[in-house]
Design a protein around this ligand. Structure first.
Ligand SMILES: NC(=O)c1ccc[n+]([C@@H]2O[C@H](COP(=O)([O-])OP(=O)(O)OC[C@H]3O[C@@H](n4cnc5c(N)ncnc54)[C@H](O)[C@@H]3O)[C@@H](O)[C@H]2O)c1
Length: 359
């Protein structure tokens, strides 16, 4: 690898423009050499704004023409696995946006390629870098909660469907809806705090009560694939009941749209202590509350968040770049991405067959 890290961006849409490109550009060792998008006009506009010298209409052309060290994949979900595999085979490290892949087989193939080529692969689950999550992770890792035996991770959006007829609402491009879009973040946060115990059984339910009626539309996403009648054939509410080999249980609940107030709530119960992340109730400055018994008395602690100087996206990209030439694994390992993929796939399988799935 040359001293300059040559980066290529796949997809010039929302997340690339808002998060990835600015986060790469602040790093002095990075040069964003190229961007590709099937929407050439969008790629050209983003490239002009961010001084990216080369613009391509296809990922294959970008890989073929450029000598890149790292590729950032910001395209619809079904393209994650084939692009990540092609990039690693071309010698690039990969930051792949979440969800890791559409299927368990795809996620396994990504891991196999990473191991075969020696290229690093991470998944864009930047929420782990939130200050309250980092504090809670240190508390849990230090054993202060004891073993976590019951947890809940929920994100309720009242109106958050990302663009009716956008790729997000089409199974053939997104694979699934709220579960794969925001559910994967909430699932990852819970698994991260619980220490990634081995999942053994999953019971899931999925609904699409708003999308098919063109209700519950939200801010993110655009109707870029809206040619002819628009499609909504994914879930807008999903829940899962996940059992782990260590006896723990996790309840996962997510909605893109529901008759309920917007809310994020994570809850962890351990033998020695409990914790909640609940910014909607506790406030953004003090979203974390810890519960313990001290000398027999019930005590609540409210950590005050340190002032952040960089965003979770910036931290994710800075840390991934800085450990590329070190033997340390990335913050989000591919195997952790695979575990989340297995659970989400089982949740959908359970919902479709109407009974629990054994992993
Ligand atoms: N980490 C997060 O919190 C977060 C937030 C938003 C989106 N995402 C993820 O990022 C990815 C992109 O989401 P988005 O909101 O930026 O979507 P978007 O629709 O705004 O952008 C996607 C872009 O990919 C382009 N594209 C589609 N197919 C392509 C192909 N085959 N080759 C090249 N370009 C192609 C589209 O033209 C579009 O410009 C998704 O996987 C999504 O789940 C992650």
């Amino acid at each position: 690898m040359s001293s300059t890290l040559r980066v290529g961006i796949a997809g010039a849409g929302g997340i690339a423009e808002i998060a990835h490109i600015p986060a790469f550009r602040r790093l002095p060792q990075v040069e964003i050499r190229a961007i590709c998008d099937i929407n050439h006009e969008r790629a050209a506009r983003v490239a002009a704004q961010a001084n990216i010298p080369h613009v391509y209409e296809t990922f294959a052309a970008m890989l073929r023409e450029e000598s890149l060290d790292l590729v950032s994949i910001c395209t619809p979900n079904v393209f994650h696995a084939p692009m990540a595999i092609a990039a690693m085979e071309a010698g690039c490290h990969v930051l792949c946006e979440k969800p890791m892949a559409s299927t368990v087989a795809d996620a396994q193939a990504m891991i196999a390629t990473s191991e075969l080529t020696g290229r690093k692969l991470t998944i864009g689950l930047h929420n782990r870098y939130r200050s309250e999550i980092q504090i809670l992770k240190r508390v849990a890792q230090a054993g202060e909660l004891g073993q976590i035996y019951y947890a809940k991770s929920a994100l309720w959006r009242r109106s958050g469907i990302p663009g009716y007829g956008s790729w997000f609402t089409q199974k053939k491009l997104a694979c699934a809806g709220a579960s794969f879009d925001i559910g994967v973040h909430l699932l990852d946060l819970a698994l991260y705090i619980m220490g990634h115990p081995e999942p053994v059984r999953v019971c899931g339910t999925t609904y699409a009560e708003f999308g098919p009626r063109r209700q519950g539309l939200g801010g993110w996403g655009r109707d870029i694939y809206r040619e002819g009648p628009a499609t909504f054939d994914v879930d807008d509410l999903s829940s899962g009941y996940i059992h782990f080999a260590n006896g723990a249980t996790l309840v996962l609940e997510v909605s893109w749209a529901a008759h309920l107030r917007d809310e994020e709530h994570l809850m962890f119960l351990g033998r020695e202590g409990g914790a909640e992340v609940y910014s909607t109730l506790f406030g953004k400055e003090t979203p974390l509350r810890l519960y313990r018994n001290v000398h027999g008395e019930a005590v609540e602690m409210t950590p005050v968040l340190p002032r952040r100087t960089i965003s979770p996206y910036e931290q994710e990209i800075e840390e991934f770049v800085s450990q590329l030439d070190k033997p340390t694994p990335p913050m989000v390992t591919p195997r952790e991405g695979l575990m989340a993929t297995r659970i989400l796939a089982a949740l959908h399988e359970s919902a479709s067959i109407g009974r629990e799935v054994v992993l």
